[in-house]
Design a binder for this molecule. Structure first.
Ligand SMILES: [Zn+2]
Ligand SMILES: [Zn+2]
Ligand SMILES: [Zn+2]
Length: 91
């Protein structure tokens, strides 16, 4: 893995980017809804939908759980986002 830009303590704490084998929003699946893009929580590995999706499950998860960093779960995208610091890091 290439080096992650070191910008905050949350991103700094990530040594390996978590990826989920399951390519779907687990909360949308439960309610039968759809999503636009997928994000993976770097604390617990849960994959949830992005802010362009109707339910914005990834942001809601970050707020309710306090898990600070997500990665894009899209195969062609390689970046991390820190919610509390509003920082992006490409890797
Ligand atoms: Zn941070
Ligand atoms: Zn969702
Ligand atoms: Zn989480």
């Amino acid at each position: 893995m290439s080096k992650i830009a070191r910008k905050c303590r949350h991103l700094d704490a990530i040594t390996e980017v978590k990826q989920n084998q399951v390519y779907e929003c687990e909360e949308c699946i439960k309610i039968g809804d759809s999503w636009v893009h997928l994000r993976t929580c770097q604390t617990c590995g849960t994959t949830l939908c992005c802010d362009s999706s109707p339910n914005q499950h990834a942001s809601k998860h970050a707020q309710s759980s306090g898990h600070p960093v997500i990665s894009s779960a899209e195969p062609e995208e390689r970046w991390l986002w820190c919610y509390p610091d509003e920082l992006i890091a490409r890797y």
